[in-house]
Design a protein around this ligand. Structure first.
Ligand code: R5P
Length: 290
């Protein structure tokens, strides 16, 4: 077995290889002046099971081409099996045709995956209308959750918490973590007007004044969902606020905006960033060993 560090997840891939006591090798990726990619293995992969570790953020379309080329090439070179470990896997949010003529990306990405990889591991995939990975992929798809890691972090570091989910879909993280931490929780209602405009309200009475308020969501992208949620909860008297997310996509200075709004931000390292304090490598290796 060889663990291959693709361009967006080299550090995580090294940790995974170390924990599995497996060989580590980095995929060599070069970009031509016209933006075409060139991908090369630095090790002999013939007759091996290879684990490509790649998260998708920033230049996600390049990341996809890189991972597809890596898989195609591996098969061409005679590998036994290609497993994709995708700590964050993209294109799952467009899960229906919201407007006439739109591409439903979740199914397109599923078909692509079936074609190129033999197995896939994803941490906290954004599943909303599609309830299970088997509706998206025909290949063996493993759904992992970082919830136990978030629970441990909160239990160790935050006293007297109350947990809020900023929108209905976040209950899978906010409510489930609250049950394990043993604290009260509430889920807010979100109305999305555009990618950067949302309105968030709380319809439940909950005591927050003497508590450490924690928001939990699966991802922070532009941060607008949480910025609105913080504003609403501050009006209700919230003081210390910590925002947790599994995936810190954090585009358009979202981290700085949230910090300026008075919140501390903690994410896992599915996407490495300045707030990624929770390491998911053991979560991945524990599943790979089974
Ligand atoms: C949406 O349903 C997700 O769970 C997040 O709430 C959303 O993607 C966050 O996006 P943003 O940070 O841009 O508001």
């Amino acid at each position: 077995m060889i663990v291959i560090g693709c361009s967006k997840s080299k550090e995580l891939a090294k940790k995974i290889a170390k924990k599995l006591k497996a060989r580590y090798s980095e995929l060599i990726v070069k970009k031509f002046p016209d933006n075409e990619l060139k991908v090369r293995y630095n090790t002999n992969v013939k007759n091996q099971t290879i684990i490509l570790v790649q998260s998708f953020y920033g230049s996600i379309n390049d990341d996809l081409i890189e991972t597809i080329f890596a898989s195609y090439t591996a098969k061409d070179l005679g590998v036994k099996k290609v497993i994709l470990v995708a700590p964050y896997f993209p294109y799952l949010r467009q899960d229906k045709r919201f407007n006439p003529g739109e591409a439903v990306s979740i199914h397109i990405i599923g078909d692509l995956a079936d074609h190129f990889w033999d197995e896939i591991y994803i941490i906290d995939p954004h599943l909303h209308r599609e309830k299970t990975l088997s509706h998206i992929f025909k290949i063996k798809a493993h759904r992992l959750t970082a919830n136990p890691l978030i629970v441990d972090y909160i239990k160790k570091k935050i006293k007297n918490p109350v947990i809020i989910g900023p929108d209905w879909e976040s209950y899978k993280w906010a409510r489930k973590v609250a049950v394990k931490v043993g604290c009260e929780s509430a889920i807010m209602k979100k109305r999305r007007y555009s990618a950067r405009k949302v309105k968030v309200t709380l319809n439940k009475k909950i005591d927050i004044r003497s508590k450490n308020l924690i928001f939990i969501d699966d991802m922070i992208s532009t941060g607008h969902t949480l910025l609105e949620a913080i504003k609403a909860m501050k009006k209700l008297g919230a003081k210390k606020v910590t925002c947790f997310a599994v995936h810190g996509i954090l585009v358009e200075n979202a981290l700085q905006k949230l910090q300026r709004a008075g919140a501390k931000v903690i994410t896992t390292n599915t996407i490495p960033n300045k707030a990624s304090k929770i390491d998911v490598s053991s979560l991945i290796t524990n599943h790979l060993k089974n």
